[in-house]
Design a binder for this molecule. Structure first.
Ligand code: ADP
Ligand code: MG
Length: 398
């Protein structure tokens, strides 16, 4: 496998912290990236998603400071960024350009946590935070939720905010939406906060109610293979905004607050109310919501070997109706299926990033080889193909 083996990122965060401050951190926290098993673009439509946390994590080493300053540094960009806590409110959202983009994630989480808990800046200490990560960036595995989750866990513990995990996930989303300016839903943050071993998080994005759904991949001898195409996506630009707007048009035409309230049976009626492109966008959301419900039912009934067709149908819907796939993602899915995968689909926001394949363990190598050959045959850059398991969510490690 051409796998990025999980690097010793925890050690990296500690070492960077020592380099920055000359002292040991007071504590270490981490949060994982995630893979979405099914339910794409349903989150901002108040719908259902079924992500799980993966073993790749962002680690943060933290110690409080006495001067009311937040200082953040990352192995991605070792120039530290310093902002007095008292200036966060002026910085976000209007003056966010004054700090480097990556620093808006952790500083935005700090700002959102204080706002969410109604905590006065004078009641909390400043802090030094050093980050290191082995979550691949821009691969659709949500390195952004990982840095947000690590920051939220570390600061909420340090500041004694008494917020639950859902509140921490919300702070991550606020940071991403308002401090960074990326109009994303809350799935990634919830998966990163709530993940459990060999289980997925069934999330109702309207109520934020969650259920832990056993995946049973281990018992069924299945592996979940990630095929990172290396094609970079960007949430803040591109077609994401257009898709959201189409969903809003569809909901307005149906007279509902969100597409969550439209069922598959309602679709014929919608066809007369909106243009053809809007109709296909909406059809993806409505059928995808149903596929999430069906996947949960199958996992709890027949078991994971029976979800393959749902994964394949999800990919076709994103390719043809929502039009967020790219040739590399389609090639990965087709090649994985041709090499014996039980099911496969692109995962994440689209326009690049990764696809996933559910594969019997003894066929992982055959699938990986088949995908690499297909990429080489089409002149695409070599993909990174590696298996992941479902792992635990954010928390304190030391
Ligand atoms: P992804 O699909 O990986 O979440 P995003 O574009 O949403 O992609 O988020 C990636 C951005 O998050 C990076 O460009 C960087 O600004 C920030 N980021 C993620 N992890 C780290 C880290 N460990 N250190 C610094 N910045 C990070
Ligand atoms: Mg992201």
């Amino acid at each position: 496998m051409t796998s990025p083996t999980p690097a010793p990122a925890a050690r990296g965060a500690r070492d960077l912290f020592v380099e920055l401050t000359g002292t040991e951190p007071a504590g270490m926290w981490s949060a994982p990236g995630r893979v979405n098993l099914i339910g794409e673009h349903t989150d901002y439509n108040d719908g259902f998603v079924l992500p799980f946390a993966i073993p790749f994590r962002t680690h943060v080493a933290l110690a409080p400071r006495r001067d009311g300053v937040l200082r953040v540094v990352s192995t991605f960009d070792p120039v530290p960024v310093e902002v007095p806590l008292a200036e966060l409110d002026a910085l976000f959202p209007d003056r966010r350009d004054e700090v480097p983009e990556w620093a808006r994630y952790p500083l935005g989480v700090a700002w959102a946590l204080l706002g969410a808990s109604g905590t006065a800046v004078a009641d909390v200490s400043g802090a030094d935070l050093a980050f290191s990560s082995d979550v691949p960036v821009g691969a659709g595995l949500s390195s952004s939720a990982a840095i947000e989750g690590a920051t939220a866990s570390a600061l909420a513990d340090t500041w004694g905010l008494g917020l639950d995990r859902v509140a921490l996930a919300r702070a991550g989303r606020t940071a991403e939406n308002e401090a960074v300016g990326a109009p994303t839903g809350i799935m990634d943050q919830m998966a990163s906060m709530l993940g459990e071993t060999d289980a997925a998080i069934f999330l109702d994005c309207r109520t934020l109610d969650t259920e832990v759904v056993d995946l049973g991949f281990d018992a069924a001898d299945l592996a979940l293979v990630v095929m990172d195409t290396g094609v970079k996506h960007s949430h803040a630009t591109g077609g994401y905004g257009e898709r959201r707007a189409a969903c809003e048009r569809g909901a307005a035409a149906m007279g509902v607050g969100a597409l969550r309230d439209v069922s598959v049976d309602d679709l014929p009626r919608l066809a007369d109310l909106v243009d053809e492109v809007t109709f296909r966008r909406v059809r993806h959301i409505v059928t995808e919501n149903q596929r999430v419900l069906d996947t949960v039912a199958v996992l709890r009934g027949t078991g994971p070997t029976a979800i393959g067709d749902l994964l394949v149908a999800s990919h076709a819907s994103m390719r043809d109706d929502f039009e967020i796939s790219v040739p590399e993602l389609d090639t990965a899915v087709e090649a994985a299926l041709a090499a014996g995968a039980i099911g496969a689909r692109m995962t994440g926001g689209g326009f690049g990033g990764a696809a996933i394949a559910l594969v019997s363990r003894d066929q992982v190598t055959a699938v990986a080889d088949g995908v690499r050959r297909a990429f080489a045959g089409r002149g695409f850059a070599e993909p990174h193909v590696f298996p992941v398991t479902a792992a635990s969510g954010a928390g304190r490690d030391a």
